[in-house]
Ligand binder design. Sequence first.
Ligand code: A3P
Length: 296
Amino acid sequence: MENMELPPRPKLFDFHGVSMTHYFTDNWENIQNFQARPDDILIATYPKAGTTWVSYILDLLYFGQTAPERQTSLPIYERVPFLEYPHPSVHTGTELADKLSTSPRLIKTHLPVQLVPKSFWEQNCRIVYVARNAKDNAVSYFHFDRMNKADPEPGDWNNFLQRFMDGKMVFGPWYDHVTGWWERKQTHSKLHYVFYEDMVEDTGRELDRLCSFLGLSPSAEEKERVRGGVQFDTMKKNSMANYSTVPIMDFKISPFMRKGKVGDWKNHFTVAQNEQFDEDYKKKMKNTTVQFRTVL
Ligand code: A3P
């Protein structure tokens, strides 16, 4: 692995008004023509908002008891295909999803709402959207881009934060992503909007809300088993959930399961950066009702 030749970091370009890299657009025709099934569950997030956490929760809820062998043999990214994933030498996200024989299929996407394949809406699929406050989301994305060689070079924190504010990030501006999905919730009743901060505050409560949205009624014992299995420290040690099997990520730079906290932004933002960010945030978010907590 040490000597593996990695391709150069990709560049951002404008794709239907959203910054993207070629990795997530190479398979675009298949993505847009993807055929969703009515019982598919789409897990949609801005990168680094808690996708893996919610994916793992859903996987345990649906398959924890019926397919326990998955827990030791199949990494989360194979259980929950990433729709835009392009890996031509192994399989693309769309191929992997097409091949899934389990029901329901759990499918992950980072696409902004306007780019989601239309069959998910036509089939009236359940969607779980996870959103995380902008400051912690930016910090997590920064560390991820340092270690993930498939994303553009992050530069230093100051530059990265400016780029985040400018919306020049893979999958576009955080601001448009979280508000776009929030607006869609008003018309798509099968959309459950979850806040990362709520999950950290009370995972059990959010698990109950999720089960009620999904129409699941696990026993108290089963729920407790899921809650225990998805705690940060447990997931961090679990090689099927912590991405340690992905060669393009350099865990010596930063682990995928990094801190899992609300408020880590305070260790990164200077006072001046914070003031500038808050001022800009107010302008960008003035027309939405969605509210985030940056501390608990
Ligand atoms: P940090 O970098 O702040 O630690 P995604 O899965 O969307 O890429 O999000 C990754 C972020 O979610 C990382 O945030 C990771 O640590 C955090 N995360 C993953 N599992 C978690 C858990 N069980 N509890 C709390 N945070 C978790």
